[in-house]
Every structure is written in C-alpha cells, then in structure tokens.
Ligand binder design. Sequence first.
Ligand code: ADP
Ligand code: ZN
Ligand code: ZN
Length: 814
Amino acid sequence: MLHYIDVILPIPIQKTFTYSVTEEEALFLKKGMRVAVSFGKSKMYSALVFNIHQTKPTLYEAKDIHQILDETPLVNELQLKHWQWISAYYMCSLGDVYRAALPSAFLLESETIINKNETFTDESVLGDDEFLIFEALHHQSQLTIYQVADILGKKKVMPIVNSLIKKSAIIVKEEIYEQYKPKLVKYVRLHSEFSSDDSLEKLLTELSRAKKQREAVLTFFQLQSTKKPIKAKDLETKANVSASILKSLVEKNIFEFYHIQTDRIQFKGDTNSLKVLNEFQEKAFSEIKESFKEKDVVLLHGVTSSGKTEVYTKLIQEVLDQGKQVLFLLPEIALTTQIITRLQFYFGDQISVFHSKYSMNERVEVWINVLENKTKAQIVLGARSSIFLPFSNLGLIVVDEEHETSYKQFEPSPRYNARDAAIVLSKLHNAKILLGSATPSLETYFNTQQNKYGFVVLNKRHGNVLLPKIELIDVKEKQRKKEMKGHFSDRLLTLIQDALDLKEQVILFQNRRGFSPVVECKTCGVSPQCPNCDVSLTYHKFKNELRCHYCNYQRAMPNSCGACGSNTLDSKGFGTEQIELELKELFPDFKIGRMDLDTTRGKHGYQKIIGAFEAREIDILVGTQMLSKGLDFDNVTLVGILNADSMLNFPDFRAHERAYDMMVQVSGRAGRSKKQGNVAIQTYNPYHQILQQVSTTNYTEMYKEQLQERWQYKYPPFYRLIKITLKHKDYNKVDSGVNWLFKALYSAFGEHVLGPTAPAVSRIRNQYIKNIVIKIPPKQSLANTKNQLSKIKNTFEAVKDFRPIRFIIDVDAY
Ligand code: ADP
Ligand code: ZN
Ligand code: ZN
C-alpha cells in the first residue's frame, strides 16, 4: 500500500503539494505536524501536513519527504480550518497564511540563517551533532541550513537545528525585534496612614532624633507641592540622603516605593481583585451576558473613559473560571502598555503577550504555551497576528477599539482584517466575541442595527465625569482679526495657559496626513522630489535632512534649489516638529514633549514618552494619530486639535467616518478623572457637519448621514469592495496590463468595475502602480465573483508579457 501526504509549503503557490511517505511514517504523522521536504531544484522547506491519504497524484511523481520535524502537531485542526477560510475569503494561498501564522523559527528552510545564542552556556545538554554546530558557530558568526548540512556531511539536518532552537542554543536571524523590558523607575509616596496633617506632625516628632530621615520627609513635602510623582533618586539628591535612609523609612511604614512602569512579560507580584463595577457598567455587563445567550457577536458601544476595560475584565474572569482561553486583541501593541499593565494587575501571570515585534524566542514560547494550554497562556493579549495562535479552547475574544484600521493587514498577503477573522475564529471555537469601541466602525454598527450582532451601550463616563466640552475655533476669522500666533489661536493659547496654571497637562494633536513639512523654492516653486517615488521629500529639521516617507530615501538639506539654483529654499509646512518649536517659545518654562514617527522610532520609544507623560515630566505633549489610541492619563484636562481640515479633505470614502473617530478619540483623552475636560478644535470650516457632530459627540447622527452616503455612492456596508493593484517598474507594461485587465473585468462585472486609476502616489520604490476596484452589489454572490476574478487572473498571468507584473488582490480593501 502506498501512502501520501498533502503539505502546505510556506511559499505562495496556490495548491497543496503531495509527497510520498512510508507506512510507518503515515501511521506516525498527524495533520499539523511539520516535515522537511525539498521543492524546486534544491530548496528545502518546513512543510505542514494537511492531509494523509493513499491517492497517488496524477500530474507529477510524488517525492519522498526528508524527515519528520515534530512529534506532536504544532498546528491544530481548528487552525487549519481557520486558515482555509482566510485563504478562500482573502484570495490568497494557504502557504501565505502558513508563513504569516507561524513564528519564523518554525519555518526553517535551506536559506534560513542561524546564529549562536550568546546567553546559552550549558553545552552539556547538546548531542554530538548539535555540539558540532554550536562549535562551528564559535568560528563563524552565522550559518545557513545548507552549511549545516555540509559540516555534518548529511542532508537531513532540520531536526538537529530544530532541537538547537528548542534548547535555546541558537537563534534564527531576523531583521528587527524589540524586547519588552522597559526600565523600572522607582517612585516614593507617603504610606496611606500618614496622609492627614495631624498624623504628620506626630510623624515629625517621632523622627526628631533621626535627623537624616526627618530631612528626607521634609524634602518629600517640599517636592510634593509640585503635585508630580516623586522619583526616589530625586528625593535622595534633593534631601542629600542615601538610598538606605529611604529604605529605612519604607521599613518603618512611613514611605512606600512604587513603580509607574512594570515589566509586562515577567509579571512579579500579587494580583488584585477586580474593581467593583459602577451601576452603568454593571448594567452593561449583564446586558452583554444576556445578549450572548442569543448572539455570538456583541458590540459594546461605550463612550471614552466609560470603563470598557473594567467590563471586559469581568467577562474575562468568568470565562477563565470555566477553564477556557481568552484572546484579547489590541490594535497596536506598542501603544497599549497601559492595558497590559492594567490586565496584569488583575490576572498576573495568566497573561501572555504576543506581538510580531517580539524576539523569536519569546514568540516561540508563547506559541508553545498556548498550544499546550499552559496556565501562563490562559489570556493572550496581542496585536492582529495573535489570531493565528494554536488555541484549542477559546471561550471569549475581546476586540478592543474594533474600529481601528491597524486590524487590517495591507502588506504582505494575507491581507486580512483581524477583527473579521476573529469573528470566524470564535465561531470555530463556539466562543463568544465582544467588540468594543467609543466610535464603532460603520460596518459593525450597521450589523447591530440589522440585528446580526448584539448591541450594548455604556454612555456614562466612570465617576460621572462629563464628556469634555468641545469648542470649535474658526481659524479664518482669527486670521482676519490677527488673533493667530503661528499656528495657535489666542483662544487655544489661553486654554493652554489656564491648564498649565492649574498644574494640569495638555495634549495637542496634529494629524499626520497632508502635513509633512515640504520644502519649496520661493523663486521657482519647485519642491525636491524623491528619485524613487512620485512624492516630495519631507524636511526633518532635527537632522537637517530631506527624507522620503515611502522608501526611506534620505539626503542632506541642500543649500540651493536644484531646479533654478537660487538659495531660496523654504521649509514651510506644519509638522509636529514645527509645533514643538513654537510651543517652546510660547511656554519657555514648561516641558514640551513630542510623539510621532520620529521620536518613537527607537527601542521602547513609545513607552519612554508615555512613561514620562504619566510621570508628569512633560506638561504639553504634541503628537500625531498615535495619541488617539486608548491612552488613559488622569491629569490631562485639555486637548487641542490644531487643524481639523486636513482630516476632512481626504479623498477616501471613509474620510469623514475616520475624521469623526479620530477627533472623538483624541478628545476622549481629556478630563478622564474627576473634572470635566476641554477640547478646542481649530478649523477653517466650523460648520462642517462632521465637526458639528464631533462637538456634540453625536455618533448616531454621524452614522445615519454617512450610511446614507454609502448607499448613494455604492460603498460598504452595502456594496463590497475588492481592490486590484498592478505594479511594475516599466510604466508601459503596467499600463497595457491594466487596460487588458479592465476590459476583461468589465465584460464580467460591467459598470461595477472602477478604474483603472493611478493612486495619489503613483510610483513607489521605482514601481509604477495602477488600481482597479470591483464593487459587488448586495445581491451578487461573493463566491462567484471571486471565482470569476481568479479565472481572469489566471488568464492574465498566462500572457507572457504580463507575467512579470505583480498582481495584488485585496478583499475588503479598507
Ligand atoms: P475606556 O476604555 O472606556 O475609555 P477605561 O476602562 O480606560 O475607559 O476607564 C477609564 C478610567 O476609569 C480608568 O482609569 C479606570 O481605571 C477607571 N475606572 C473605570 N471603571 C471603574 C470602576 N468601576 N472602579 C474604579 N475605577 C474605574
Ligand atoms: Zn521614495
Ligand atoms: Zn528654484
């Protein structure tokens, strides 16, 4: 009897591939185990077993496998089903999904490069072959799997490499990764017993003979008048005492130490009981549970600072008590150190964090922990790629900030939306899924109105703090009356000054889009362009250089204009950097911070800035988009939006919805505890309907109006969109390709095919780009449409001239 397996290869070929195995191997193998196979001329891959059967392939001779890499499946059957859905829905190969799903250490192939793990010391655990490789890495800093085969004089080396990885003796080389090990800063506060004034006096008399300790306590009170958290180090310096003096005060229960940042991976310390829900949260909580009885998907529409996180934690606790796993999805993990800390506060080391920026070892560890359903991995907190983890027993998925665009992967394939893929995942597990947002996406809200999803509202801020007062400032009028100072209106400056006078903090928001500071020649009007892309270069004052935001090309700022030779190059524009400079002049006595792509680039860039702002070391924080995301600062009472118009005038069918989301979300950072906050929005169009809706936080009105437009112009949620992009370095090739394609699509789908168009930036990295959009009407079958599209794509790729053109399909391309 002959035995065969179909495997998924980690490359973008459409089909699975069949290999032959012995009877013994067939008995041992299970779906989801990896095998090393050769494919093509001489390449080796870690392939994944998808099927075990006895049907000989008809089109080719099945090769033998090299060897089996796993003893038990690394991927479970639920995952395989999920991958099949992703591959069918997003029109990509299973290989694409396989590659996206597994940490790269599991995807060894002949070209994989390995390095020694410098922290590994225990050589005694290595087998002979393993030791030989480890030794070789002393002399040669890196080896490919090919070279490993050479050294050992055998072909079948993947299990050896595999085992070296498991023992942490080697690491697989990767471009970038960050480890989450933020520095701990120690702060001092008074023990709760001593907060009242009379106990203080008692305290000082008590310490009358311990001079140094008394000094420390007195200095502490001086520093406390600034209302800022007090660093242990600062107190030592200012009071001129040693660390041991502070320590003895802590031992006497007079002071206590605390940290603002805590390490998120290795959680040490106690867990705390959940907060008691307020009456509105309690109501939402029971409504969600009620709704879950009928519906698998529920939307929690909770205004900013209503305490959605507290509601999630209650649900999570219940699911954990049933012995099930929880997946908590976050849009961009770098920004969510706060949520991690908050959840760890309750659930301690039952939480694992998973993120593509983690080091390989950390990701492998989380994968294995989830696979083995370890205590450590009962709750997984992660960005979009964590939907691929090997859950076997999910009870609940929470999708926080479900409206966020970063749930969508645009590049590379699979171009999936993690929220939508999570809904499918929850179905496979018979689990429930809760979507949460203060500004739900139109599609999700529409589904609640259609009764497809359950719907729960939470419209009170915790502590009954009112939503911020939002005022619109008419910049045109301010300019006419000469009441603008640089980019600031007099009104906004007054509000900033008032907040600073009360020792409160301020956030200023500058939309990134359309406001890159571009250099322009005042004589001839020409702007320096990127040589590889169809865009102007952006000026970076700090390094005095010009950069391309698409391909990272950079050059020094020239002294004279390349076109006319005059030395009249002017960096106009309105970047965050410019704003920061103006603020420094306007408020010289205050600390200004900036959070944008530049300042957050380095390791822990975000955490440093967020940490400093939390610690009140920064008074005014200027930033872009990043600032709008779920951050919770308790001392911010003013949010300023410097120019709302750039968000409104963007040519995209979601521009208005997004502008609303963004403004409501940033506004939501103001006045989150105790006191009502203020929001000031500067605009040239104070009567724009979106700004009116933002100023009254009227989501339903925004929804109704936008939905009307979506219907009128044939957009989601009514019509579905598939976007096709062609790319090639030869303009004429792309052009003739796209014209051919358009005709073919037009004869299949008629008027619902739009294009071909060139995007706003029509050349990136020397590749010319053309787009076609297919709109799918409500009654047209999605599956049929995709089938036809696949056929047309195959015909396209069969034309020799078109073959080198990149053909990208993006389903739900928004
Ligand atoms: P959201 O995610 O809805 O914007 P958060 O969950 O961040 O709101 O809550 C806002 C703030 O209010 C947080 O600092 C949180 O700790 C606090 N908070 C919310 N609910 C409660 C509660 N029931 N008891 C105590 N504090 C709460
Ligand atoms: Zn470029
Ligand atoms: Zn010029």
